[in-house]
Design a protein around this ligand. Structure first.
Ligand code: M6R
Length: 601
């Protein structure tokens, strides 16, 4: 994980520190374990200021805005190699204090490289894999190699998926390298900018220079050369106009981005409706899907959306689809003789490493197509999938996925209706009704959810159960509560609960059960198994007298369509998690240990 941003101006810019800080805020979804800047001035000097903590925290302490210079780097860490600490923070410098580098991604042979470098006399100060980059290039330069050759040889030595930038205080030029991790460049008037995040580049210019894996870009403020890092041949590539809206990142008037993004859900569903109902986007896909079995994959919240999607596709359009965790795809496909399956990857960021690995395995074993259900279209998956199903949610900043999850599952719902053969006008009507019902449910249940949040705030552990269609909803509800409430909450299929976990039930043990009215035939029995052992049942259900009567607390969603009920139930779980986070004083936008985009194994 992690992210960096670097910019070279044609003359000293006294706002450099502030520019880097703003870019850091843009990158902060990529990590907030530590933050660091390097600023270079015309006197061939540079400063590095870094520490443990988010951009906001570190800037408060180190006051980035006081530093002017003509080129600068900011790096944000999400710790994998080495604890969050000042010493492990990036950027890193070489032994002599001439070169600086920052990276994002994972260097998997870090330990053997550190050993080799130490043996060669390098003073390695941190445990952070990023420090490898600057020393290994320095090592080749010390051996008399040219900078290009040093970078090429280092690229060969450094294993893993990463991108890095490298600066020499004695040269106006910088170098950045892309290998399996996102990297974008942009050319402005009198400056060139390179970053792991497209929007951080778009904040400065919409003239984007696309970069591919195994490429390096050598640049100063006005010129750049792209090279294939293996052959060192230069590649002619002009900047392209990019009209993506970098969208202003204000949470006002909300207290968190999570709250803002939850509030945007109805509008985002409506945009999705408009996009799919007014285009022929799904027709093309229909032809592909008729040619082979569909396998769906995604991580975390996107996996839960995929799972709910399989229920929709199965129940509504009668299609038999498989859902696998991305890390299982390799094993799942290796032994299968049928090579015609298609892979639907679900990802908000389009950069999740586990999912990218799944795509690579899929391409090895299958001749089918990769369909990307992606929010960030400018991502690796957005740019490399054979078909794209955009989830049209705009940028999601808060680490917990909320509006993007809802649009993923609504898109599965639309897709299932479409494959069943429903007319566009019917789909249109259904989605409009869903939006209405979702808004109403939010309003109707607000007080109940607040009082439930008060009751659950002191709980450290509980279970959340769902039956069949609502099982993925329970999983997603539990993920949200773990992520922003730090509760040890486990999700289960309610039928499975009696096969062991029932032993946990004692007086007042709380269970949230999400159930449709139709499934009460089973879930009432599950309720009773828990209540007779003095557990507490909080049900979230469609309107049903029996479920209401048999629950200690019941939250009714007045929605007759089961599929829509399932979607709305997760929306309420998002709201409940947010309320608990506020009451516990947890910043829901940046849960501890987690980052928005996980670009590591
Ligand atoms: O960007 P992706 O959808 O591929 O991310 C996958 C997961 O890391 C992500 O959904 C994660 O589980 C969420 N932050 C949970 O809210």
């Amino acid at each position: 994980m992690c992210g960096f941003f670097t910019i070279v101006f044609n003359k000293e810019n006294r706002n450099m520190g502030s520019i880097l800080k703003n870019a850091g805020e843009r990158l902060s979804y990529r990590g907030y374990d530590s933050t660091g800047i390097a600023v270079f001035n015309e006197n061939e000097k540079f400063i590095i200021r870094k520490d443990k903590g988010s951009v906001e925290k570190v800037d408060k302490k180190l006051k980035f805005s006081q530093y002017g210079g003509y080129k600068g780097i900011i790096q944000l860490r999400w710790a994998t190699y080495g604890k969050p600490s000042k010493i492990n923070a990036q950027p890193h410098k070489d032994c002599t204090g001439r070169y600086v580098s920052a990276h994002n991604g994972n260097i998997i042979n870090v330990h053997s490289l550190f050993e080799k470098l130490k043996k060669a006399g390098h003073r390695i100060k941190s445990e952070n894999d990023g420090e490898v980059v600057v020393h290994i290039i320095e090592d080749y330069l010390n051996k008399g190699k040219s900078l290009n050759d040093a970078v090429k040889l280092s690229y060969k030595d450094i294993k893993g998926d990463y991108a890095f930038c490298f600066a020499d205080k004695k040269s106006r030029k910088m170098i950045a390298v892309k290998k399996g991790s996102s990297l974008f460049a942009g050319k402005g008037n009198g400056f060139i900018v390179v970053s792991s995040d497209l929007y951080a580049v778009l904040d400065h210019t919409n003239k984007i220079i696309p970069l591919k894996d195994s490429e390096m870009i050598e640049f100063d403020s006005d010129d750049y050369t792209i090279r294939n890092i293996i052959s060192m041949e230069s590649i002619k590539r002009s900047p392209e106009n990019n009209f993506l809206n970098p969208c202003i990142m204000y949470k006002r008037p909300y207290d968190s981005f999570m709250e803002k993004e939850i509030s945007e859900v109805p509008t985002k569903i409506d945009l999705l409706r408009e996009y799919y109902v007014s285009s022929n986007h799904l027709n093309k896909l229909k032809r592909t899907l008729s040619k082979g079995k569909l396998i769906i994959t995604g991580s975390g919240t996107s996996y839960n959306a995929s799972l709910l999607g399989t229920y929709f596709l199965n129940r509504i359009s009668g299609i038999d689809v498989a859902v696998h965790l991305p890390s299982d795809i390799n094993d799942r496909l290796k032994y299968v003789r049928d090579k015609s399956s298609n892979l639907l990857v679900v990802s908000q960021s389009g950069e999740t490493k586990d999912v990218k690995n799944a795509i690579d395995s899929f391409r090895n074993y299958s001749k089918g197509k990769v369909i990307g259900m992606i929010n960030n279209l400018a991502s690796t998956m957005g740019m490399t999938s054979d078909y794209i199903l955009p989830t049209i949610s705009d940028m999601e900043i808060s680490v917990p996925a909320t509006k993007t999850f809802i649009n993923q599952v609504v898109l599965f719902y639309i897709l299932s209706l479409f494959l069943k053969g429903e007319s566009k006008s019917n789909i249109d009507k259904k989605i409009k009704l869903l939006i209405k019902s979702l808004k109403k449910a939010k309003k109707d249940t607000d007080e109940q959810l607040s009082s439930l949040a008060n009751k659950l705030i002191k709980r450290d552990f509980m279970h959340i159960l769902g039956y069949s269609l609502t099982y993925p909803c329970a999983k997603e509800g539990a993920l949200k509560m773990k992520e922003v409430n730090y509760m040890n909450i486990e999700a289960m299929h309610s039928s499975e609960f009696k096969h062991g976990p029932l032993a946990l039930i004692k007086r007042k043990y709380p269970i949230i059960l999400i159930t449709t009215a139709k499934d009460k035939h089973y879930t009432l029995s599950h309720i009773n198994e828990i209540q007779t052992r003095n557990g507490i049942i909080i049900s979230i259900s469609q309107k049903d007298k029996d479920i209401e009567k048999n629950s200690d607390i019941n939250i009714t969603i007045n929605e007759k369509d089961e599929n829509c009920f399932a979607i709305i139930s997760v929306y309420l779980m998002q709201i409940l998690s947010l309320k608990i986070a506020y009451k516990k004083g947890i910043n829901p936008d940046q849960p501890r240990n987690i980052s928005k985009t996980i670009t590591v194994d």
